[in-house]
Ligand binder design. Structure first.
Ligand code: MN
Length: 239
């Protein structure tokens, strides 16, 4: 917790200190660290560095929300996963391996829930970027047209999935074979436990939006769609 707070502060100071060239260098280093989140987060169980400063998504998602959501909730899932794998067959396993091998096994439900939430949150932070959202271009736009007809139909269906997920959970754009699909998952459940490849996700647990939007989940979803969605990340995740 302390270590990660320091690394966040250091990054911000580094970017401010180095100016535009330094920021570009920092961004390039992050790309080199692994562009696909499954491989990126699968090497071990830890809290990844945020891909932007904690206040960078404001006013759509405040630094206050990030401080609790990333610093408390996500960190908590990491801590509980580490505690649950200690002394078990999963002690040296990758996050992805833990999730796939514990999915649907009642004896391992607590470990699955925490490990899947570590993955889901790491994936969620990368699914957003300052100045994101809106209609994409490039290959992801073609794939969306092929699977949904046009961007408007996709946006309506994804928004509806996020809005109607009952209680806590997630909405996802996934690649399933050669088709893109929209998926809702409840609580900690995750597409990688179902053999599907996630492209982007939105967290619709109340902790994701309540400090900024209270009960107005639809306003939070609209901000994600119009101003945050990271289409470059979605495109990188396409096979
Ligand atoms: Mn969350």
């Amino acid at each position: 917790m302390v270590r990660n707070r320091i690394s966040l502060v250091n990054r911000r100071e580094f970017i401010i200190g180095m100016g535009v060239a330094g920021a570009a260098l920092a961004a390039a280093c992050r790309e080199d660290a692994g562009s696909f989140a499954l491989e990126d987060s699968g090497s071990d169980v830890q809290l990844p560095e945020l891909p932007y400063a904690p206040g960078a998504l404001a006013p759509h998602i405040s630094e206050n929300t990030i401080s609790f959501h990333y610093g408390k909730h996500h960190q908590g899932y990491v801590n509980k996963t580490k505690a649950a794998i200690s002394g078990t067959e999963f002690e040296k396993a990758s996050l992805e391996e833990i999730i796939i091998k514990t999915a649907g096994k009642s004896d391992w439900a607590a470990l699955f829930n925490n490990a899947a939430q570590v993955f889901n949150h790491s994936f969620f932070w990368k699914s957003m970027t300052p100045g994101g959202g809106g209609e994409p271009g490039g290959r992801i736009a073609e794939e969306i047209r092929r699977s949904f007809g046009d961007y408007g139909k996709f946006a309506e269906a994804f928004t509806n999935a996020a809005a109607t997920q009952f209680g806590s959970g997630w909405a996802w754009l996934v690649q399933d074979g050669d088709t893109l699909k929209i998926l809702q998952t409840a609580n900690a459940d995750t597409p990688i436990a179902k053999g599907m490849r996630p492209l982007i996700t939105i967290d619709v647990w109340e902790h994701a939006y309540y400090l900024d939007y209270q009960n107005r989940r639809s306003d939070y979803i609209k901000a994600y769609m119009d101003s945050l969605l990271n289409w470059d990340f979605a495109e990188q995740n396409l096979v």
